[in-house]
Design a protein around this ligand. Structure first.
Ligand code: KIV
Length: 251
């Protein structure tokens, strides 16, 4: 391991001391660039289904597609912890979850992420028992978009609030090293952050999480679809249009 490599233990120690910055990286070039910025956690997220592959949501992404992108990002040999996102229906049983998590590790990932809490606990426990670090993901779960009929903020009603607390506690007890909180109401995200011993990494969940994660193309302003409010994007799409138009005109 390179001396500068970020470890799961270091990330855990950042809780309460230093905000954790995390971004998605789907290829060699972006992983290298973001790593050079000192971002400690890079996620090969299944959001690549939308922002790279042109699908309407993440439910179309396959293990083969994810492995292709994990390999590309891993070739950058980032100091950042490289986390790979288990896609839709790739962790339905503990055996399937471990087999797919192992494929990611063979492709160069340092850890894996999957969506859900108590509902996927047996798979989470099996992944961790196999020695693979696990990043949790609670709140709005994009892989459930078809079942839920859209992307909804979580934690507004008591049953969701209680469910999030129970899910976060279960993931912690199982040994997750951190938990992504997506579109959780800010007061509930703050409460979860105070209650759990591992870092929370928010996306659209307010300022009080231990860290923040964004889809990198949302941050840069190059995502093909609507960019979420929480991203406050740069406008690199406009910079690309201006540069290409000027180059074309000067031929
Ligand atoms: O797939 C992804 O990019 C994610 C982040 C938004 C957390 O899961």
């Amino acid at each position: 391991m390179s001396p500068g490599k970020v470890t799961v233990a270091q990330l855990r120690q950042m809780k309460g001391r230093q905000k954790i910055a995390a971004l998605t990286a789907y290829d060699f070039a972006m992983a290298q660039l973001l790593d050079a910025c000192g971002v400690p956690l890079l996620l090969v997220g299944d959001s690549l289904g939308m922002v790279v592959l042109g699908h309407p949501d993440t439910t179309h992404v396959t293990m083969e597609e994810m492995i292709h992108h994990v390999r590309a990002a891993a070739r950058a040999k980032p100091n950042a912890l490289l986390v790979a996102d288990l896609p839709f229906r790739s962790y339905e049983t503990p055996a399937q979850a471990v087999a797919n998590a192992m494929r990611f590790v063979e492709a160069g990932a340092d850890a894996v992420k999957a969506e859900g809490g108590r509902a996927i606990l047996e798979s989470v426990r099996a992944i961790i028992a196999a020695g693979i670090p696990f990043l949790g993901h609670l709140g709005m779960l994009p892989q459930q978009v078809l079942e839920e009929g859209g992307y909804h903020i979580k934690g507004k009603i008591e049953v969701e609030h209680a469910g999030l607390l129970a899910d976060a506690a279960a993931l912690c007890d199982a040994g997750a090293f951190a938990i992504v909180l997506e579109l959780v109401t800010p007061p509930v995200a703050r409460e979860l952050t105070q209650r759990v011993s591992v870092p929370t990494i928010g996306i659209g969940s307010g300022p009080d999480c231990d860290g923040q994660i964004l889809v990198t193309t949302d941050l840069l302003g190059t995502s093909p679809g609507r960019i979420p409010k929480h991203a406050q994007p740069a406008n690199l799409a406009e910079a690309i249009r201006t540069t290409v138009t000027a180059w074309k005109a000067a031929l």
